[in-house]
Design a binder for this molecule. Structure first.
Ligand code: ZN
Length: 295
């Protein structure tokens, strides 16, 4: 253990927080892996992440390494700062100084998780920070997690299926779910009783300028975006405690536009050449931040 790299040791030190995603047994350190009593073994990469997928599940080809590289560059310019600040304000009061833990699900390239960690762990946020809080972050995409772990510090990054989270029952105080799918059954299992879910969903005006431009290029009427379905899903499983919104309309340079177009799912089925950048100037980034407890 003496020469164990910190990037691996951070997982071995937290072995009790994890459980086997296959059989649900406890995991214990075994060399540079975590292993259960039935010998299901999960490797920890020296680059600072662990893999809990038990087969080589194909992930959506639209989400490639270059997609996440673009996403990382686009988001690191602070486009989502106003949203992450509100998430931090919701999270911090739910964390205690006695080793609380937060899980960010569907973290993608991890850029927003790192921004959230800075606000939660350091004292420049509006609310008092919680330096002792531990952050965990997962995604089903291996390329995303390998990018996230670069400069990922003490966040415990791992590749996992949302339907089989490799975390012990009641091991998390807060789950953040930022523009990502939910699995409410697993959220309830891994949260402490009365643990908090902070789910961020797109607001009605999110990316409205881009949606109008895409519709115009196809000579269609812009669709009216609705997040009603998402809210109905939350209400089926959770008690909503508070909803706040965060919106900002931000001027983008043509370089920022190119990066954004390369990473937004809105463009997955749209030809880049059909979008005239001359008609695009500002972009609205809007979200609703839903604070809930599980029922
Ligand atoms: Zn097992």
């Amino acid at each position: 253990m003496i020469h164990m790299k910190p990037s691996i040791r951070k997982f071995l030190d937290a072995a009790g927080t994890f459980q086997c995603p296959i059989c649900g047994d406890a995991l214990a350190p075994s060399g540079t892996s975590l292993r259960c009593s039935r010998n299901h073994t999960f490797d920890i990469a020296a680059k600072g992440y662990a893999s809990f997928l038990n087969s080589h599940r194909g992930h959506d080809g639209l989400y490639s390494q270059s997609f996440f590289e673009n996403r990382s560059q686009a988001l690191s310019t602070g486009l989502y700062d106003h949203i992450i600040r509100k998430v931090a304000e919701a999270v911090i009061p739910c964390m205690h100084s006695d080793g609380s833990a937060l899980l960010d699900v569907g973290c993608g390239d991890g850029t927003l998780t790192k921004q959230l960690q800075r606000l939660v762990n350091t004292a420049d946020a509006a609310a008092p920070a919680v330096p002792e809080a531990s952050l965990y972050a997962c995604d089903i995409s291996a390329p995303a997690i390998s990018i996230a772990a670069r400069g990922g510090g003490n966040i415990r990054w791992f590749i996992a299926d949302l339907a089989q989270l490799p975390l012990s029952n009641g091991s998390m105080n807060v789950i953040t779910d930022i523009f990502s799918p939910a699995n409410y059954g697993e959220f309830k299992r891994v949260l402490v009783p009365d643990g908090r879910l902070v789910k961020v969903v797109p607001g009605k005006n999110h990316l409205v300028e881009l949606r109008e431009t895409i519709a115009h290029s196809h000579q269609e009427k812009p669709d009216v975006y609705s997040n009603d379905d998402v809210f109905q899903g939350i209400e089926r499983h959770c008690t909503i405690r508070q909803v706040s919104s965060a919106t900002a309309t931000i001027p983008l340079s043509s370089k920022q536009w190119e990066r954004f177009l390369a990473m937004t799912p809105l463009m997955f089925h749209v030809r880049r050449s059909s979008i005239d950048l001359a008609s695009l100037h500002e972009l609205t980034i809007e979200a609703e931040i839903v604070e809930a407890t599980m029922r």
